[in-house]
Write a protein that binds this ligand. Structure first.
Ligand SMILES: [Zn+2]
Length: 410
């Protein structure tokens, strides 16, 4: 086959879409997007908190196996379906296209994940992030099956674990280790919509800051430095730190905990912080400012009491690091996606975000993150919603991008 870089005109997409096998797949999508929505609902209604994705993984495995695919769950917990290409035996070639949608959500096991309907909208935590991505993954698998198309490159369809929160990208990491040098491109399906191509991965660090001390009785030990107060002083200090808008950088104190009862001076308090930046150096600056602010907050707390200077201890623990990375503007992967979008009359914007694509991008493997089609909002909140109207566009887009990258057998 021609190298990817040679396929820069839109003519191959027109030819591909007109091929009777791909036409069958596209026609299936046109008529059956409600089947895709049903699978999305089924998967969304199975809780999948960080480190608790196994039940949802088993359901995804069952759906993919029912489509006739060879599916396994790897030792990390990823669901992996393989559609072997005709070039699979070419030992040294880059002959694998990885399409991955993360299985996990930011919601706990006990969250009510039943899907409610409000007009055209479906409401449930995780219905868009990443119900929409998982729906698109399953829709792609079915459309490929219905088309009966064979491809040159092997297509790996994966539901991966550990994208959110403290998962630290362990799922996509394991997939990249497994396919490594064979990977020609990685597409992370994340969330709804067809309006963006994420080509830049935002660097992030997640840190737990904890303060410990002797603790005591709220009355008789009054004056003992208080870890909750110390942490709070640090948070207030850091919150007045000026964060740059260029390169765009952000911070969030997301979880706070500590103490055992209202009438005890706690012996421990901790806060989890998420720092992000478009630039690795700016991220390092944020991290050192956080460290200074929390340290100073603790010292302020000690100095308001008559306690010894070492009456409280502070500890910083890394919960995860995401490397930054960027897909070059002239990347064949981006050129291919743009050709498909022109063919479909779709005009997406380029975006920066923190997704599964960060990892391959940081390793120089061509990767993007795109949405699974339809519309959605309220991601990471209990009011999350998804509207499947227009999801066919997202599915056709994914189908044509996948076949363009994998190459259709003659
Ligand atoms: Zn997501």
């Amino acid at each position: 086959m021609a190298p990817l870089s040679a396929r820069v005109s839109d003519e191959p997409v027109t030819k591909l879409a007109d091929d009777p096998r791909s036409s069958r797949g596209l026609a299936w999508i046109e008529k059956n997007s409600s089947w895709v929505t049903d699978q999305q609902i089924r998967l969304t209604e199975i809780p999948a908190p960080e480190f608790g994705e196994a039940r949802r993984a088993a359901a995804l495995k069952e759906i993919l196996a029912a489509l006739g695919l060879q599916v396994r769950v790897d030792k990390t917990g990823n669901v992996v379906a393989e559609r072997t290409g005709s070039e699979a035996k070419a030992a040294s070639a880059k002959n694998v296209i990885l399409i991955a949608a993360h299985l996990d959500t930011v919601f706990p096991e006990y969250a009510d994940v039943r899907v409610r309907r409000d007009g055209a909208r479906l409401l449930a935590p995780g219905i868009s992030d990443n119900g929409a991505g998982l729906g698109a993954l399953v829709g792609l698998a079915r459309a490929l099956g219905e088309s009966k198309v064979g491809t040159e490159k092997t297509i790996i369809l994966a539901g991966d674990v550990g994208e959110e929160g403290e998962g630290n990208l362990r799922g996509i990491r394991a997939l990249i280790e497994a396919y490594g040098s064979r990977l020609a491109a990685v597409i992370a399906l994340d969330g709804p919509s067809s309006d963006h191509i994420t080509t830049q991965g935002i660097a992030s660090r997640r840190i737990e800051v904890s303060v410990t001390g002797a603790g005591g009785h709220s009355w008789s030990d009054f004056g003992t430095p208080n870890p909750i107060t110390a942490i709070s002083r640090g948070i207030v200090r850091f919150s007045s730190f000026s964060v740059r808008s260029d390169p765009r950088s952000t911070f969030n104190f997301g979880v706070i905990e500590g103490g055992t009862s209202v009438n005890s001076v706690p012996s421990r308090a901790a806060v989890k912080v998420d720092l992000r930046s478009e630039d690795d150096r700016e991220l390092a600056r944020l991290e050192s400012a956080l460290s200074d602010a929390m340290q100073t907050g603790m010292n302020d707390e000690i100095s308001t009491t008559r306690a010894d200077r070492d009456a409280l201890q502070i500890n910083f623990r890394s919960l995860g690091t995401r490397p930054a990375g960027k897909l070059p503007d002239d990347s064949p992967l981006l050129i291919t996606i743009r050709s498909v979008d022109r063919y479909l009359g779709n005009a997406p914007r380029l975006e920066k975000s923190s997704t599964d694509a960060n990892l391959p991008l940081s390793l120089g493997i061509p990767a993007v993150s795109i949405g699974g089609g339809g519309k959605g909002g309220g991601s990471h909140t209990p009011e999350e919603w998804y509207d499947p109207s227009g999801r066919e566009l997202g599915l056709k887009r994914l189908f044509l991008i996948t076949l363009s990258l994998a190459g259709v057998d003659r």
